[in-house]
Structure formats: C-alpha cells, structure tokens
Design a protein. Structure first.
Length: 145
C-alpha cells in the first residue's frame, strides 16, 4: 500500500497464528532470553502464571508479522521503514494460544518529499477475544506518484 491507500479510521483483522513450544524455544535461543518463565516448567508452576509464558517480545514480533501479512498488503511496494513502535502487554500468552490482530489506521501525517507517516494501532487478542497486548507503530510509506 502507498500513503494514499491508507484511510484514517479503517480497520482490518489478521488471520490467526497459534503460539507453539517451538516458537518459544527458538525465540529464547536466538535472542538469549533464557528466562525460566519461558523455559522452565517447574519454576513457572510456582510463579503467578502457574505455567510457562511466551516472551512479550515474541508476541509483539508475531503480531507485527501478522500485520505484514494482511490481504491488503500494507507493507509491500509502498513500505519504506518502521519508524517506531510502542507496546503494552496486558495478559500473558501461553503455548496453544492463537493470536489475531485488529489493525486500525490511527493517523496519517502529511507527506514530505514523497513519503508520509502512517500510525497503526493494533489490538492483539487470543482465541477467546481476550486482549493480550496493544501496539502502536509508526511507518514511513511512499506516495504513489
């Protein structure tokens, strides 16, 4: 999508993606996030969560990837860069939870030199429609001409 294709207030919802044991183990290994809350079942049983949780940054990463895969192709040819992102984890995510993301075009900043900034507000939910994370991302996209 190009700058002109984003409409403030429009919403889309992604496909679902189930978090697996493999996702957590690979993510922890790649990032060095060897927290026992992610990897040690016995330790996690004694935590407030009662079992292992998925890293928040894994949830953020998968939610971002789901957004990139929207049928409208928001980050194809018109995409230049991710300028910034903030997130808030609201509830834990566990192995077997299926994430989906509601994506809202929150605002568009006027283009300068053929590129504009688009702010997307994302609500990440699991299979029972419980919201587990909110994300706000600012993206730089090309104008069509």
């Amino acid at each position: 999508m190009f700058y002109e294709d984003f409409t403030t207030g429009s919403k889309q919802t992604t496909f679902g993606r189930t978090i697996t044991e493999t996702d957590i183990v690979i993510f922890a290994g790649i990032t060095g996030a060897n927290n026992p809350l992610f990897l040690d079942e016995e330790f996690s049983k004694k935590s407030t969560f009662g079992r292992r949780i998925a890293p928040g940054l894994l949830t953020l990463s998968i939610a971002t990837g789901l957004t990139y895969q929207l049928p409208s192709g928001p980050f194809g040819e018109g995409f230049i860069a991710l300028a910034g992102m903030t997130f808030k984890a609201l509830k834990p995510v566990f192995v077997g939870d299926t994430l989906s993301v509601e994506v809202l075009v929150k605002e568009k900043n006027p283009p300068v030199e053929g590129r504009g900034r688009v702010v997307l507000a994302m609500k990440v939910s699991i299979q029972n429609q419980q919201e587990v994370m909110t994300i706000e991302g600012t993206f730089i996209v090309k104008q069509r001409h």
